[in-house]
Write a protein that binds this ligand. Structure first.
Ligand code: 13P
Length: 345
């Protein structure tokens, strides 16, 4: 493990004012999103859509790294330039999802563990040759009356530790992504309790395995009420709870913390991040690693009119800029500017 390489990659990924764009949807997730919009799900439509996301002009002003799927890291534009070389040409780090998705956790109905350790070392070496400098591994936890169980949290944490160790041995920055799902009608308190306990379990295992914490990134869900609940919660409350939880449970020396959007409304994800940066100084770099909250407007526009790539790319750029502003606490400024200029018209 070369700690200097890991730290330098982390620093490029969490450079102030920038964040990550996740475009690593699996075949199944992609199928779900495309089918809803009437887009056929083929290798070529996936290539075409990812092409517009990767070639969007000026996206490098706001995005420091793209997380790709195995199929995408091997694909190219129609003129034959590989997606990887396009990203590298813009100074964007290439990341790769390396988990193989979730499977049922034996003996624990409704709970999942993440698969994909088999052959991981060889895959990491191959991805590194292709150009990847960081990787991502996601585990999911559903909040229920008796879930997530300690056993499930521990099993996923042990797997995270093995994955992160293998990445770092190969000088690849591991992103560890424990996602507490928004499904359910639980309140903020329960979300806090589960997120906090899970982070404790995750970092206990990472430390036990001697993972180099400054050379990794945590990708986490925010502390949010369940999406089926009825109580509206202010962005500030979400921000306060999330930051408090992270301050209590994440080692201060961590390279960076990034968020997934997890099915929040696009603007809510942006406002919540912005609100966190308005709470005062934070102990670690804190930014976005959104998939849907950045892609949604572009995907909708492209699905309606696949020939108008320029409009879809402009929408992508706007969403990326909004989140870039949120990552330095300046998103409200942009809203105010837009309002003022409309007022003047
Ligand atoms: P969302 O922001 O759409 O939740 O996606 C982020 C991600 O990488 C999920 O694993």
């Amino acid at each position: 493990m070369n700690q200097e390489i890991l730290i330098k990659t982390v620093q490029r990924l969490v450079e102030p004012g920038k964040g990550l764009l996740a475009i690593d949807e699996s075949f199944k997730t992609c199928a779900g999103r495309f089918e809803k919009l009437g887009v056929p799900n083929t290798e070529e439509t996936r290539r075409e859509y990812r092409d517009l996301l990767i070639t969007a002009p000026e996206i490098e002003k706001y995005v420091s790294g793209y997380i790709l799927f195995d199929e995408t890291i091997r694909q190219s534009t129609l003129t034959g330039e590989s997606f990887v070389s396009i990203l590298q040409g813009k100074g964007i780090e290439v990341g790769i999802k390396v988990d193989a998705g979730t499977v049922d956790f034996t003996g624990h109905p409704g709970e999942k563990v993440t698969d994909g350790l088999d052959g991981l070392e060889d895959r990491l070496k191959e991805y590194k040759k292709i150009g990847a400098t960081f990787a991502k591994w996601r585990a999911v936890y559903t909040i229920g009356e008796h879930t997530p169980s300690e056993e499930c949290m521990k099993a996923n944490a042990e797997i995270f530790a093995k994955y992160a160790t293998l990445c770092q041995e190969n000088d690849i920055v591991p992103i560890v992504e424990p996602e507490v799902l928004m499904d359910g009608d639980h309140g903020m308190e329960r979300s806090y309790e589960v997120t906090a306990r899970n982070l404790e379990v995750v970092f206990d295992e990472l430390k036990r395995a001697l993972v180099f914490i400054p050379g990794m990134i945590l990708k986490t869900s925010m502390v949010l009420p369940g999406k089926d609940g009825e109580v509206a919660v202010y962005n500030k409350e979400i921000a306060q709870n999330t930051v408090k939880c992270l301050k209590e449970k994440v080692p201060e020396v961590i390279g960076g913390i990034v968020f997934l959007s997890g099915g929040q409304k696009d603007e809510e994800a942006t406002k919540n991040l912005n609100a966190m940066h308005n709470l005062g100084p934070l102990s670690w770099p804190l930014t976005f690693s959104y998939g849907r909250a950045i892609q949604n407007p572009a995907l909708l526009a492209w699905a309606k009119n696949p020939n108008d790539v320029i409009t879809a790319q402009k929408l992508l750029l706007q969403a990326a800029e909004n989140n870039s502003l949120a990552s330095i606490g300046k998103y409200e400024d942009l809203i105010n500017r837009v309002r003022t200029s409309r007022h003047r018209e």
